[in-house]
Design a binder for this molecule. Sequence first.
Ligand code: ADP
Length: 335
Amino acid sequence: MPFEIIRADITTLKVDAIVNAANTSLLGGGGVDGAIHKAAGPKLLEACKPLGGCVVGQCKLTKGFDLPAKYVIHTVGPIWQGGNSGEGEHLLSCYATALELAKDRKIESIAFPLISTGAYGFPKDLAITIASNVIRNFLIDNDMMIYLVVFDRDAFKLSQSRHASIKAYIDDHFVDEHHDHRRQYNSVDDEAFVTYSINKMIYKEAPDKSIKKQRSLNDVLDQLEDTFSERLLRWIDVKERTDVEVYKRANIDRKHFSKIRGDKFYKPSKATAIAFAIALELNRDETDDLLLTAGYALSNSNKFDLIIKYFIEKQIYDLYTINETLFAFEQPLLA
Ligand code: ADP
């Protein structure tokens, strides 16, 4: 999972680099800066002294000393002045230059705090959006494990309207498991359903692919035995996507994807299976079809499943947005 939003104390993370939200002097301060200096020990300050400070939006690198992280990338975020003084561009630059520096140093894992959102007063929701966008763009062409660390419990708030809309969806659709007698696709041998989905996949989703149209009944029956990995590859083919496109959109790293590709009997976690469904922009039936091959189903009796259903029904297939929402509702993230 190349991008993860986590709630943690950044000084405890065992990653190649953590990012410090420092001030222009680089000589220590409060907030996350103070915590990093405290955990890294006095050698960090000694290493910072000869650096000559740092300008807003730029970065400087030191070792991590007593921290579990090997390096600290010090950046200086903008002070919020209402939003019309280039604060957004400066914040974007903090994330972008830190990622470029990390890339130059061949850093494989990095953790960012929510730069500028403490003493510097940058609105947290806007900061999270900016950070997510920079990280997402970076990951299109690069492989790195990137954590966005949210420290305080209430730091992470969705916009009022999104929160209300999802909350209403959950309330409307939530069904207590014990009272839900509606059909659930939990059994792997729900043959009618599988056949229906496969037919849809072959005949509806690829209307102009004549070879696919002419598949014989035997082929279809063969497909009934598809494992998750086989069915995933088939969907990638049917949706005319490339592997890279799909695993990037699913927030799955290359190694993990090769493992899935190379192991016919790979058993994904439910979150991973759903991440692929989202990346492939599968509709509800198609998602059920893919999940079924891994033995999973989406139910109406838990929040996580309902949030996924909400996004699929709204055709919002952006994994970052979905993960932000899952995080806000204190649910596990995808992939
Ligand atoms: P700035 O001056 O850039 O606003 P702050 O350190 O005041 O920097 O705050 C930046 C963010 O870091 C805030 O969201 C704050 O909650 C968070 N933060 C503070 N301490 C830690 C920590 N130990 N780990 C991760 N995040 C932290």
